[in-house]
Each structure stands twice: as structure tokens, then as C-alpha cells.
Design a protein around this ligand. Structure first.
Ligand code: 13P
Ligand code: SF4
Length: 343
């Protein structure tokens, strides 16, 4: 039962004290979030890992986040993901062998193409990015990192989220005729290299199924019903949705937007439902927080309070998250570039 799970978690936390840190992404459900020591968006979570001293870091979120934590943690620390099968559909849209082939093609004539990978990618992707002089970014620093990447080369390959790439390019004023969606059919072998390297920005054709569900009509409907309502969406939403919203930003920016909105306002949010419901509950006496459309991340939902309790009970025998050192070495270079630029 929920009560016994809570009891188990509390007991293990008391027993391990500072040897245990529980981290959780904002899309985790409330019964998991209530047990976390550290919560955050992808950037905030990654940033906090190098300073942690706990022996065990239990990461409630999806695999690319747990892998990132494992690569940024010390050698003697043990990172455990309660739901190791919680992947991310977006990160799976960028298989490492295709990026490897695409980068070989794009650079074969000496063109300076810099890959910029959203943190929502596998460690193997981050490793390739590190080897080609590129970096990682998150939704909180995409503009800053795209500007950085543009200075490192003539063409930036942004992957895997086409929407975040497009929204960031719109904010930076990169002309549309200087952008192109990369053709990755044929495993990266079909790229028109001359055309691709004449562009400033290449976008990978990937998306987040959770944020792709938001439509411009959802914003139109809100405007029609409640012209005074505020609308904020995550930049993984299609550009047509972002353009109609009042603001767009990472999960932490969304939280701040709600916090700063005047009392008695109505705020519609276009992101994963757990975060929207948490904000609605927190502010229900002073503001109305509503989902722009209900959308759930089934992978984030795989971590439950019960799973957290059983993981903590068997911490010594849990399989730690490990990234092979040859991949981690190069991936850390890409991650450190982001952490350095955004320190
Ligand atoms: P942020 O928390 O960095 O905004 O990321 C959102 C997301 O989709 C994570 O999977
Ligand atoms: Fe991946 Fe989208 Fe879920 Fe984030 S919300 S973990 S990008 S599928």
C-alpha cells in the first residue's frame, strides 16, 4: 500500500542519511516527487550532479537523464534508476549509427559542421557529438548553445527535436532559407551534402510524442473562451503552437511563469500533465492553472512510489546505470562544453 511504501522509503532514508540522494524530474508524479531531495528541469538536474557526495544517487526520470547523471557522477558513486526501462521516444529517434554516418558524409569534403545535441539523446549520441567538436544543450539554454555552436563552424546540426530546433532558430532570427530538415532515410547515406553544407542549420526529423499532441487550435479555443487567459508551452511543441502562446520555456521556466502570474489569473500550460496538475494543486486558492490539452509521458509514469520503495529496499543489489568508458569519455566532453558555456 501507499502507506507502507512511504514507510519503507522513510526508513531507508533515515538509515542511509547523507549516503543517499533522490533526484526527480518535474514530470514525475507527486507521490514520487514528495520523496525527492532534488527536483529540476534537465539542466538543473545535470548541473547538480558533480557536486553531490552521496554514495547512492537514485534518479527518478528517464534513461537519458540517468545516463547523464552517471557520466557526471564520481567513479565511486552508484547511480540507480528505479525504472531502467523508462526510455524516451524522442531520444530513440536519433540512433547513434545514423548520426555517425551523417557526420561522416557531411564533413567528408572538409565542411565545418558542428553537431548540437539536445540532452534528450543517448550517451552514444553525446559521445559522437563530443568527438566532432559539438555540445549538448537543454531547452533552458538552447538559444545560448545554438549561438555558441554557430560560432564554432559554418553549419550546425541540431538533433533530435525538430520543434525545439525550429523554435530556437525562430527566436535567433535564422532565416528559413538557411535551414533544412536532414534526410536521414537510408541511415544517413542519402544526404545531399552540397545542399546541406550550404545551410546554417540542419534539423534532425525527431519529435516528442507528448508535446506533438498540442495543436494551434488548442490555443485558439482558449483565446475564444477566455481572452484574458495566459498560455505557456514547452518549446518541444510545434512552432505553430509556440507562436500563438504568450511564452515558451523549459519546465522550470513554466513553474516560474505560474509563480509570477498575477493572482486571480488563468494560465493554460502545454506540457506533461503531472507538472500541470502539481501547479494547479499548489496554486488552486489564488490562480487557475489548466492543461492546454491533457498529455502524459508514459515513460516518466513508469516510476511509481512502490517502485521507488522496492528499489531502495534492494539498493545493494540494484543494477547501477553504467555507460562504457570509451563512450562516456567523449560524451563528458560534450556535456562539459555546455556546463562551461552556461556556468
Ligand atoms: P526540461 O525539464 O529540460 O524542460 O525537459 C523537458 C522534457 O521533455 C524532458 O524529457
Ligand atoms: Fe521524452 Fe517527451 Fe517524455 Fe520528455 S516528455 S521524456 S522528451 S517522450
Amino acid at each position: 500500500t501507499a502507506t507502507s511504501d512511504t514507510k519503507i522509503i522513510t526508513e531507508v532514508r533515515e538509515r542511509l542519511g547523507s549516503d543517499l540522494v533522490i533526484m526527480g524530474h518535474h514530470y514525475q508524479n507527486d507521490r514520487v516527487i514528495m520523496h525527492t531531495d532534488l527536483r529540476g528541469d534537465s539542466l538543473e538536474l545535470a548541473r547538480q550532479v558533480p557536486a553531490l557526495r552521496a554514495k547512492y544517487i537514485v534518479f527518478c526520470g528517464v534513461s537519458f537523464m540517468a545516463e547523464t547523471a552517471a557520466m557526471l557522477a564520481g567513479e565511486e558513486q552508484i547511480v540507480v534508476q528505479p525504472a531502467p526501462d523508462a526510455g524516451c521516444v524522442m531520444s530513440e529517434m536519433a540512433p547513434a549509427h545514423i548520426l555517425d554516418c551523417a557526420m561522416r558524409q557531411l564533413t567528408k569534403n572538409g565542411a565545418r559542421v558542428i553537431p548540437l545535441a539536445y540532452v534528450n539523446t543517448s550517451a552514444a549520441i553525446k559521445g559522437i557529438v563530443g568527438q566532432y567538436g559539438g555540445s549538448v544543450c537543454t531547452s533552458a539554454n538552447a538559444e545560448k548553445m545554438m549561438t555558441w555552436a554557430m560560432k564554432q563552424g559554418d553549419t550546425v546540426l541540431f538533433l533530435p527535436d525538430e520543434n525545439l530546433g525550429e523554435n530556437t532558430a525562430n527566436n535567433l532570427g535564422i532565416p528559413e532559407d538557411k535551414r533544412m530538415v536532414l534526410d536521414i532515410r537510408g541511415g544517413g547515406n542519402n544526404i545531399d551534402v552540397a545542399e546541406a553544407t550550404s545551410k546554417k542549420l540542419l534539423l534532425w526529423p525527431g519529435l516528442c510524442a507528448v508535446h506533438q499532441r498540442f495543436r494551434p487550435e488548442h490555443v485558439d479555443e482558449v483565446r475564444r473562451r477566455d481572452p484574458d487567459a495566459l498560455v505557456i508551452v514547452h518549446p518541444e511543441c510545434p512552432a505553430k503552437v509556440v507562436k500563438k502562446a504568450d511564452a515558451a520555456g523549459s519546465t522550470s521556466k513554466i513553474i516560474k511563469f505560474v509563480e509570477d502570474a498575477p493572482n486571480d489569473s488563468t494560465i493554460y500550460i502545454g506540457t506533461e500533465i503531472n507538472l500541470v496538475e502539481r501547479l494547479a494543486k499548489k496554486y488552486h486558492q489564488v490562480k487557475r492553472v489548466r492543461p492546454l490539452h491533457p498529455s502524459t509521458c508514459s515513460n516518466m509514469a513508469k516510476t511509481t512510489e512502490h517502485l521507488l520503495a522496492t528499489t531502495l529496499q534492494q539498493l545493494d543489489s540494484a543494477e547501477p546505470v553504467r555507460v562504457p568508458e570509451d563512450i562516456a569519455y567523449h560524451a563528458r566532453i560534450a556535456l562539459d562544453r555546455m556546463l562551461d558555456v552556461c556556468s
